[in-house]
Design a protein around this ligand. Structure first.
Ligand code: UDX
Length: 436
């Protein structure tokens, strides 16, 4: 089939490359000529395992091309996928639909009459219906994506499920054809009406965020009562109605999706006269974990971080990503810097992005360099590399061997045995130590 993909950011570039991998002829469209030129040359402007190879392979074969020209896209595609961003509005919890609205308007103007225009962006419920009313020349469908950064290619080619929001059998048939090989591999398909399809995405993200904040609230309780949230999470996770995934307590969630999506969801629910106030608490618990690390650093530095050398391991909002959007690690690092600490950050992939966004922080070329002379080490993004740091060697680099594990994945016994004072969120403080 001939598909266009409107918007070649994170979602769009991945979708375009994966659709080419499924055997379709794909034209990616973006208003940004630099992005289009880079992708056309096989360069991916962000870190995503496996994606550069796919883009290079299919741009070389000619099955995947990129353009800035909507008229060309309209003439090219049988099906048009809209993959533009829906960021948080400035000064409001709501989602900014400017890009979605303008992409639909542009496709509807140029596409063949009756062409299928499929939204993939995460939108407030009601958007698909509104767009269908506004653009009667084309047929609208909604097909939310659930990809995780770092696993975007895998999640697109082998998703847990496909969700089609459709208003006609024709739309469902066309989408089944687009995803024929994915469906043939046994992927479950949920066909739904527009509102349900839109809600599946926001409900899934709200559930995941709630799970993380639930365990982080338990971490707060463990800190107050002297328990161990790691053991607690393992024990409740053995109940398979609860499950063990997404119960890792720590400095909380960040990134371009979960934080903004739960805000937009609560906001949209308010508009519909339904309260999702608990999601505001989910957000608040998440933010309090960042505060906790800042406070802990302050206490460990004797009441003030002024002049203290603090090494921050991690800048990306999660491992296997160079994405620093709403990163808990950088939020904590920047606040400590504002309080007068001498902060040095190291991240395996996100250094360029971090440097641009936070030019006042110090940056090291390696974890070892970041540790050099540190009074305190904060482990804030759980890159596998950081788990492999040898505590003995690390001890010889720092000025004072004290570490806070903000992700709950380091081996406390190993670090303690190597002479470190080791704190982890939601876990007992080292024996004989005050601050928790
Ligand atoms: C998320 C959803 O998982 C995905 O389905 C949706 O399409 C987009 O949003 P992503 O933002 O890529 O994907 O990240 P994810 O892997 O879900 O992690 C989100 C955040 O939660 C990260 O900051 C991560 O460090 C944190 N997290 C995750 C925890 O703090 N504890 C956990 O147990 C799991």
């Amino acid at each position: 089939m001939r598909l266009t993909v409107i918007g070649t950011g994170y979602l769009g570039a991945t979708h375009a490359a994966c659709m080419a991998e499924l055997g379709h002829e794909v034209l990616g469209v973006d208003v940004d000529p630099d992005k289009v030129a880079a992708l056309q040359a096989g360069r991916v402007p962000f870190h995503e395992p496996g994606l550069p190879e796919l883009i290079a392979r299919h741009t070389a074969s000619g099955r995947l091309r990129f353009t800035t020209d909507y008229a060309e896209a309209g003439a090219f595609g049988d099906v048009h996928f809209v993959c533009v961003g829906t960021p948080q509005l400035k000064g409001s919890e709501g989602a900014d639909l400017t890009y979605v609205d303008s992409a639909f308007a542009a496709v509807a103007e140029h596409a063949a009459p009756g062409a299928l225009v499929v939204g993939k962006s995460t939108v407030p419920v009601g958007t698909a219906g509104r767009l269908a009313r506004a653009h009667g020349r084309v047929e609208v469908a909604w097909n939310p994506e659930f990809l995780r950064e770092g696993f975007a290619v895998e999640d697109t080619l082998r998703p847990d499920r496909l969700v089609f929001g459709v208003r006609s059998e024709r739309a469902e048939t066309i989408l089944r054809e687009v995803y024929a090989s994915v469906l043939a591999a046994g992927t479950p398909l949920v066909a739904a009406d527009f509102p349900t399809a839109e809600l599946v995405k926001t409900a899934a993200n709200a559930f995941l965020a709630t799970k993380i904040s639930f365990i982080n609230a338990m971490a707060e309780l463990c800190e107050a009562a002297g328990g161990d949230v790691g053991v607690l999470a393992e024990a409740i996770g053995h109940d398979d109605r609860i499950g063990r995934k997404f119960l890792r307590a720590g400095v909380g969630f960040g990134g371009g999706c979960l934080p903004k999506d739960i805000r937009a969801f609560a906001h949209r629910a308010d508009e519909l006269g339904v309260s999702l106030a608990f999601l505001r608490e989910v957000d608040a618990i998440n933010m309090r974990r960042r505060d906790k690390v800042v406070e802990l650093a302050r206490e460990l530095c004797g009441g003030s971080v002024l002049g203290a050398r603090i090494a921050v391991l991690g800048a990306a909002f999660k491992p296997d990503s160079d994405d620093i959007r709403d990163s808990p690690a950088l939020n904590v690092a920047a606040r400590l810097r504002l309080d007068g600490a001498d902060v040095t950050v190291y991240d395996p992939e996100a250094m360029d992005n971090a440097r641009k966004a936070f030019p006042l922080l110090g940056y090291a070329l390696s974890a070892e360099e970041a540790l050099g002379g540190a009074d305190l080490v904060l482990h804030l993004t759980e890159w596998p590399q950081f788990r492999e740091i040898d505590p003995e060697r690390a001890r010889s680099l720092v000025s004072r061997p004290r570490i806070v594990d903000g992700r709950g994945v380091l081996d406390a016994d190993r670090w303690t045995a190597a002479g470190w004072r080791f704190w982890a969120l939601g876990r007992p403080a080292p024996v004989g130590e005050g601050p928790r």
